[in-house]
Ligand binder design. Structure first.
Ligand code: UDP
Length: 337
């Protein structure tokens, strides 16, 4: 029996593939390689290059492999892009997920793990924010994901089908063993941008807003280390295999760091100073977003191991340093066929 990982050539999905292989699971990856990389999918996993909107491709996967559960990571994730091109996000994140769920249900799949997002909360009224807070997304990205949560809820009510939707807070860091990290060239995430600035791969960076109602005026986020996040997925899989009921769970540590704190940490860890410009606010950024983190600990027994900003930054830095040579090697290997 295999686990189908959509988006398994990407940052978070790729870490899921590694973790599944580490515990001896069989893995099939479906990825269109729009932002992921074939080199990120290790050999024992089967890589199918294709699109979740392609019903025939999905049917072929379910016909050729004994898929037991789906971990669905494939999505577009850039909030400003979702504001500029909402239909792209509703197609990619919502309509194609609906298609995946439909074909999966038809093929008899009963277990589904969904990468949701803290963006479903919009501008939280209280922090830490609990799963019981009414979702109120403020951008098409958050809405496109929330709609999938609703689809899953309705399908689970109608069929023999269970799911765990994990609402990610700010995912960061890299595999502690150094096998994988965030590799997307135009990534906009704070820690990635800051380590790129430290390495001189960009001239500097901007702080988006210094007048927020936070102690130092910059936004606060709950940065969760990617392997801790993936551990939550493995627990979710075990829960579903045990016949556990459908769940919607926050994935975060329950405390946050400001943008300034993160930048200071990057400078400290790397020992490199780089230009930081104090810029205006970015549209759609809530001042503070911190997970209510009790439910996942109580229901899945999740116990994070890497809750340490210094370590997270160190991993991100080490990965960024070696990324050019990994990419060059992969390009070389691809050329040689
Ligand atoms: N941020 C920033 N400069 C950057 C990238 C991000 O000041 O170059 C801020 C952003 O405004 C937010 C926080 O860092 O307050 C985290 O942003 P990111 O894009 O990493 O994740 P998000 O919280 O938007 O999902």
């Amino acid at each position: 029996m295999a686990i189908l990982v959509t988006g398994g050539a990407g940052y978070i999905g790729g870490h899921m593939v590694l973790a599944l292989l580490d515990v001896g699971e069989e893995v099939v990856v479906l990825d269109d390689l729009s932002t992921g990389f074939a080199w990120a999918v290790p050999k024992p996993a089967t890589l199918v290059i294709g699109d979740m909107g392609d019903t025939a491709a999905l049917e072929a996967i379910f016909a050729n492999h004994h898929i037991e559960a789906i971990a669905h990571f494939a999505a577009k994730i850039v909030v400003p892009e979702s504001v500029a091109d909402p239909l792209l996000y509703y197609l990619n994140n919502t309509a194609k997920a609906r298609n995946l769920i439909e074909v999966a249900v038809r093929a008899g799949i009963r277990r589904f793990i969904f990468s949701s997002t803290a963006a479903v909360y919009g501008e939280p009224i209280v922090n830490p924010i609990s799963e019981d807070a009414p979702p109120a997304p403020i951008n098409p990205y958050g809405r496109s994901k929330l709609m999938v949560e609703w689809i899953l809820e309705d399908v689970a009510r109608a069929r023999d089908f269970s799911y765990v939707a994990l609402r990610y807070f700010n995912v960061a860091g890299a595999d502690p063993a150094g096998r994988l990290g965030q590799s997307t060239p135009n990534a906009t995430h704070l820690i990635k941008v800051a380590v790129q600035a430290a390495l001189g791969r960009r001239p500097g960076m901007d702080v988006y807003g210094t007048d927020y109602p936070t102690p130092d005026g910059t936004c606060i986020r709950d940065y969760i280390q990617v392997s801790d996040l993936i551990a939550a997925h493995l627990l979710a899989l075990a829960h579903l295999r045990d016949g556990g009921k459908s769940l919607v769970l926050n994935c975060g540590y329950g405390h946050g760091h400001s943008v300034n704190e993160v930048i200071d940490m990057v400078k400290r860890v790397t020992g490199i100073d780089f230009p930081v410009r104090l810029a205006g606010r970015r549209a759609g950024d809530p001042a503070m977003l911190v997970a209510g983190a009790a439910r996942i600990r109580n229901l899945l027994g999740w116990s994070p191991r890497y809750d340490n900003l210094q370590e997270i930054v160190h991993e991100a830095y080490e990965w960024e340093r070696k990324l050019p040579s990994i990419t060059a090697k992969a390009t070389d290997a691809a050329r040689k066929g």
